[in-house]
Design a protein around this ligand. Structure first.
Ligand SMILES: [Mg+2]
Length: 282
């Protein structure tokens, strides 16, 4: 970590850890479903929350086949029907002879809390278009004054100090206007040297990191990628040779390639201070 000069941060779940907008998002998605399945949506959503559902963060939802999958680096290791019934492994081998490709539309990597209500809504027949509308409505809500966002003080301090010693890049899948508003609410507006919006992670993570590397003339070995979505921010960055810190609140990554794993923003603040700010103060 002593060579690091450039740090690439994800936004949601990385720069803040507020979660009440997920409930708002889930309500919007549920209300777009036909009346007869709204109660079922709710039951599933609550079951995922209390950990009793087969759908979990770290798994994959195949909307086309309506199957929930666990995998290791894309290779399907187990499959379940929606009700939790295990699909025999020989059937899974036939259905998934090749590693999974995560396309954000039919093969959903449940990498963070955004994907839980979407997967459930898709199971009950919601189109990707309607799901995306609900996403945009939620982002809109997050931009209003009704939606308050408090930064974690310790993290804000660390970010401010990092800003003067490192190149800080924000890289998010969210649109520019929404992201800038969130950054402003957090008070982080002046901390980033570069911002990439609608990054289309994980499909374009490698491409975008290459862009950053060329624009800032920094080799991958001097770049650190930080995020709470393993597939989006950790695995592709690690494959290129970047260092990585994964925020893993649910303890789901057993064989993680991340250099460091932290559980929350507080732990991240401590880790960043120790790795990148200690000993560099004069
Ligand atoms: Mg995130």
């Amino acid at each position: 970590m002593e060579n690091i000069t450039t740090i690439v941060f994800d936004l949601d779940g990385t720069l803040y850890e507020d979660t009440h907008h997920f409930r708002y998002y889930a309500d919007l998605l549920r209300n777009k479903l036909s009346m007869d399945v709204q109660e079922l949506f709710e039951q599933d959503y609550l079951a995922v929350e209390d950990g009793s559902h087969t759908l979990k963060i770290g798994r994959v939802y195949d909307a086309q086949k309506d199957l929930i999958l666990s995998h290791h680096h894309g290779e399907v290791t187990q499959g379940w029907k929606w009700d939790g019934e295990i699909v025999p492994s020989h059937e899974i081998k036939e259905l998934y002879p090749k590693p999974l490709q995560f396309d954000l539309v039919e093969t959903l990597s449940i990498g963070d809390l955004w994907w839980i209500p979407v997967a459930i809504a898709k199971h009950y027949g919601l189109s990707s278009k309607e799901a995306y509308e609900a996403f945009l409505q939620t982002r809109e809500h997050m931009m209003t004054d009704d939606f308050e966002l408090q930064p974690l003080k310790e993290f804000a301090d660390v970010l401010e100090r990092l800003h003067s010693k490192y190149t800080l890049v924000l890289m998010t899948n969210s649109p520019q206007v929404d992201s800038e508003t969130i950054i402003k609410k957090l008070g982080f507006t002046s901390y980033f040297h570069d911002k990439i919006f609608e990054a289309n992670k994980p499909i374009h993570t490698g491409e975008k990191l290459t862009f950053i590397s060329e624009k800032w003339t920094v080799p991958f070995s001097q770049m650190l990628s930080i995020g709470d979505n393993y597939i989006n921010e950790i695995l592709p960055a690690s494959l290129l040779g970047c260092s990585t810190i994964c925020i893993d609140p649910y303890d789901i990554h057993e064989n993680s390639v991340a250099n460091y794993t932290v559980r929350n923003l507080n732990e991240l603040s401590i880790k960043l201070e120790k790795l990148l700010l200690d000993n560099t103060e004069i």
